[in-house]
Write a protein that binds this ligand. Structure first.
Ligand code: FAD
Ligand code: EPU
Length: 317
């Protein structure tokens, strides 16, 4: 990056030149030039404040399980490394945003708290899951969310209850520079064995239909209302379509898999091809579920009045 980073930022723990192959489940992208890993909420807030002061754009990374990175990323990337401790208060369970999402589901079962079974097969972090309002088998995060903490674009730490309009299917207002710090799930008491059995049943269903042995980023497109993107892509005859090492999974057509050497651009081209074909065959414009990170810097987050409406559908660049 041409611009030197401010000293306030460089005091926060960081690494340089980390390959996105190691930071994402799909395993594509170039280098993460600056990876900041705050170990406390105060450091995370200091990161956002330092960027806000300089109008410096940044990106937030969780477990990298919903990302297609297209090249080198020069802007600072924030990945929380908060202490791995859960807090229980009655039936409420609070997890730091950097806590592993699948591990949280397991911990809730061990504590005899039911409700997070749907999460047991969804990789990534708790922060990413809240940001995406991740869900499966009829449940999504907002269904059990009691409250959450985040850093606002001006660096202020906010704790709040969810309100209407903040979360919907695979979308939340927590983009645009907001950094989730923790989420509190309101669960219900249950027998650990029964909870584990339900989670295992979900995992079994997932394993039977999803290509879990290959690198992937989950479903690539959102389901259009009342329809399944996977079925639409399958019916368009696209299973097995391949660009370089990027392939439409023969097991589940809404999963694109990486046969080791694919590039981010291969996936972008494959997504564009699938989208164009489904539009031509079914007249349906698929909306991307994965987030695409291009080399261009995102706009700096504006510490302005919060707009709860989702932005215009960006489509594919
Ligand atoms: P990342 O991929 O790192 O980031 C995704 C988005 O969240 C980005 O916009 C990023 O900026 C933002 N983000 C991450 N952390 C924070 C934070 N602390 N604060 C603010 N923003 C943040 N998803 C489902 O919903 N249901 C499924 O059933 C499902 N199954 C999957 C199965 C497989 C095999 C895989 C690989 C993925 C699957 N996914 C599924 C997609 C993915 O796991 C979820 O979207 C997940 O919640 C993303 O979390 P993450 O930490 O990996 O986020
Ligand atoms: N189908 C096909 N061909 C395919 C894939 C699916 O015909 O190649 C059919 C299936 O036979 C089924 C229907 O499409 O009748 C739906 O498929 P599936 O049950 O696999 O569910 P999905 O709608 O494809 C959604 C979520 C998944 C989540 C599962 C389970 C989206 C985009 N996908 O998949 O979430 O795990 O339900 O709840 O909402 C993700 O978001 O990344 C993700 C993996």
């Amino acid at each position: 990056m041409a611009r030197p980073l401010p000293d306030g930022l460089l005091r926060i723990p960081h690494r340089t030149g980390v390959p996105f192959a190691r930071l994402t489940t799909l395993g594509v992208g170039g280098l993460c030039r600056w990876l900041f890993e705050p170990a406390t909420e105060a450091e995370a807030a200091a990161f956002v404040r330092a960027c806000a002061r300089e109008a410096l754009p940044y990106r937030v990374l969780g477990g990298g399980s919903n990302l297609v990175v297209l090249g080198d990323i020069e802007v600072p990337v924030l990945r929380l490394a908060l202490p791995r401790t859960l807090e229980r208060d009655g039936n409420d369970l609070t997890a730091p945003a950097s806590f592993n999402h699948i591990a949280l589901a397991g911990a809730a079962a061990d504590l005899g708290l039911a409700g997070l079974e749907f999460a047991s097969g969804i990789p990534g972090s708790v922060g990413g899951a809240l940001r995406m309002n991740a869900g499966a088998y009829g449940r999504e995060w907002v269904d059990l969310l009691a409250r959450y903490r985040f850093v606002a674009p001006d660096g202020e730490v906010v704790e709040k209850r969810p309100e209407p309009g903040e979360f919907r299917y695979r979308w939340s207002w927590l983009g645009e520079g907001r950094v989730v710090l923790s989420a509190t799930a309101r669960l219900v008491p249950g027998d650990p064995e029964g909870i584990r059995a339900r989670a295992a049943e979900f995992k079994g269903r997932r394993g039977a239909s999803q290509p879990l042995s290959r690198r992937n980023a989950g479903c690539i497109f959102k389901n259009p209302p009342g329809q399944s993107a996977g079925r639409l892509i399958d019916q368009a005859g696209l299973k097995g379509l391949r660009i370089g090492d990027a392939e439409v999974s023969p097991e589940h057509a809404n999963f694109l898999v990486n046969h080791c050497r694919a590039s981010g651009r291969d996936f972008l081209e494959l997504m564009e091809t699938v989208r164009a074909k489904v539009l031509a065959v079914h007249g349906v414009a698929l909306e991307s579920e994965v987030e695409l990170w291009s080399e261009e810097a995102p706009p700096p987050p504006a510490p302005v009045a919060e707009n709860l409406e989702p932005g215009p559908e960006p489509g594919l660049p």
